[in-house]
Write a protein that binds this ligand. Structure first.
Ligand code: SAH
Length: 238
């Protein structure tokens, strides 16, 4: 293949991803408007939309899923886990109300897509993943893509990451049945916790919690959601 041919194909590929990304942003805006009676947010912050537009989602899915990378739905990433629906990633990022330079704890790195979106918002991201293979793959992928402010650790998210606390935001991307008690103490005063809570295999409620000066959490219901369960048992070794 000549150099001209291959650069022509690269340009066509880039144009295809750009078109798919624009379509996705429209769908996220429509979903946001549709769910505003729940969330109280008729539109997401422009910087959150820009962050979604910047992250190459095709780099986070299996190569065979390239054609559907920008569909507004979850996709399988191996080890029985999923990459979350882009609208939910965008909404949860918005609900964190992050200022650049703030520190965020993420529970459930998965493929690292949500971590990359948070990094595009200027946050320093500390992400914990229970499945060692996923943690290692996400670490390598994020490094390859240049996300140097994302730190990935293999561990149990029920413990949080106390050595790096306090955090300005905590985002949990797997659903526990109850609020994990170790997490609120790792949140700074004024910090935001965004978390789905509810039974396995059913819908859960997405909550936005804000840590008050007296140490209590003000908790608001945001939206019914469907997440994979947050598991307490150790991950099976392979
Ligand atoms: N944030 C991801 C979504 C990952 S799906 C994204 O951007 O697409 C949820 C992830 O949570 C899975 O990878 C699962 O292995 C992980 N998980 C489940 N229970 C966990 C726990 N106790 N601690 C840390 N990670 C956990």
């Amino acid at each position: 293949m000549s150099v001209e041919q291959s650069s022509g194909e690269t340009a066509r590929g880039a144009a295809r991803w750009a078109a798919a990304r624009t379509r996705l942003l429209h769908q996220i805006a429509a979903d946001t408007a549709e769910t505003a009676s729940w969330t109280g947010r008729p539109a997401l912050a422009a910087r959150v939309m820009r962050a979604i537009a910047c992250v190459p989602r095709e780099a986070f899915v299996a190569p065979s899923d390239g054609d559907v990378a920008y569909d507004n739905r979850p996709l399988g990433i191996g080890c029985g886990q999923t990459i979350s629906q882009p609208f939910i990633v965008a909404l949860m990022s918005d609900l964190l109300d992050l200022a650049p330079g703030e520190r965020v704890l993420e529970i459930g790195t998965g493929c690292g897509y949500q971590s990359a979106v948070l990094a595009e918002l200027g946050a320093a991201v500390f992400s914990v993943e229970r499945v060692p293979e996923l943690a290692e793959a996400a670490r390598q992928r994020l490094r390859r893509l240049g996300y140097e402010r994302v730190h990935v650790r293999h561990g149990d998210g029920f413990d949080g990451w106390p050595q790096e606390a306090p955090f300005d935001g905590i985002i949990v991307t797997a659903a526990p049945e109850e609020l994990p008690p170790a997490l609120p103490p790792q949140l700074a005063t004024g910090g935001r916790l965004v978390i789905p809570i509810g039974p396995r295999g059913d819908n859960q409620m997405l909550w936005r919690c804000v840590k008050q000066a007296d140490g209590t959490l003000e908790m608001r219901r945001m939206l019914p959601v469907a997440f994979v369960p947050m598991l307490a048992e150790p991950s099976p070794s392979r």
